[in-house]
Design a protein around this ligand. Structure first.
Ligand SMILES: C[S@@+](CC[C@H](N)C(=O)[O-])C[C@H]1O[C@@H](n2cnc3c(N)ncnc32)[C@H](O)[C@@H]1O
Length: 272
């Protein structure tokens, strides 16, 4: 399974419960092939995946909206942005930087422009930057981001991405985040912790990826303990949520056991 397909699937899942995700634009990415793959994914792994993805979107959307309303951030920098639709769900004053593999951002930019021309999507300030996090990107990306952000306050979002990276790539990214942010800025991050690897749902996820030609074992999939975030010296962990805590907040009833659920953890950090 390509990471590109995982980006489309994330949108399909968000679109299946708009009341929960509050993402009214994710459905624009629908087509038959993506629908079929997503249905197959839900059947193979866990029916909780729909609401888990919806609540992930909801948490970050509400968090970003609150920070914008309080004048705490002016720029949203989305690392591994895939096909997520935050710019269109947020106030038009926000400057958006979307970073992903070149083929992803190029395709997304064309589609966004077509939908904006047809007035299906509202106009927004978006800069698309094509980067592969497994390559040497720091110097060029630093100057590109700096020329857009200048001295403005930002939130960096990295969701659904770390799973695909190696530990050294993850550490490099967090060091890079520190180099582009200033005191008071935020990071929103998503990862699994190690306990997920003991669940039936995770074994089913591996089986699904491998059935699609992935060739992965559990140790290839990055998971991070809470202390990874707690030990980042330059940042303070100011909020931590997961599927269970968000289900209480947003009144979602969970049907399956913990063993049959992929519980992602959501972290909000603020720079010291
Ligand atoms: C599951 S999708 C999540 C997309 C988006 N963050 C969301 O939540 O809707 C994972 C994204 O990470 C991106 N990604 C994975 N590995 C990457 C890498 N080495 N460099 C850049 N982007 C990467 C993929 O291209 C894909 O768009």
């Amino acid at each position: 399974m390509e990471t590109e397909e995982s980006g489309f699937m994330t949108c399909m899942l968000r679109s299946y419960n708009e009341t929960l995700s509050k993402d009214i634009y994710a459905k624009l990415w629908h087509n038959e092939k993506r629908e079929t793959l997503t249905k197959e994914y839900l059947n193979a792994i866990s029916s909780e995946e729909t609401n888990a993805h919806c609540l992930r979107n909801r948490y970050f959307l509400e968090t970003i909206k609150t920070l914008v309303a309080n004048n705490d951030i002016e720029v949203l920098i989305n690392f591994g942005s895939g096909f997520s639709m935050y710019p269109f769900l947020l106030d038009q004053s926000i400057i958006n930087i979307e970073i992903d593999k070149p083929e992803i951002v190029d395709y997304k930019e064309v589609k966004v422009m077509q939908w904006q021309a047809k007035k299906i999507l509202p106009k927004r300030k978006i800069h698309f930057l094509g980067v592969d996090f497994s390559k040497d990107y720091e110097d060029q990306l630093h100057s590109e981001i700096h020329s857009i952000v200048k001295n403005k306050s930002s939130l960096i979002l990295i969701e659904g991405v770390l799973f695909f990276l190696k530990m050294e790539e993850c550490v490099k990214l967090f060091n890079f985040f520190e180099s582009i942010q200033k005191t008071g800025d935020f990071i929103g991050s998503v990862s699994f912790n190690d306990t997920v690897k003991e669940t039936t749902a995770f074994q089913k996820l591996l089986d699904f990826i491998n059935k699609k030609g992935g060739g992965v074992v559990a140790s290839d999939c990055l998971s991070l303990p809470d202390h990874f975030y707690k030990n980042i010296e330059a940042y303070k962990l100011i909020d931590q949520q997961d599927y269970y805590s968000l289900s209480k907040t947003y009144d979602n009833s969970i049907k399956l056991s913990k063993d049959l659920t992929l519980n992602e953890i959501f972290y909000l950090l603020q720079k010291n």
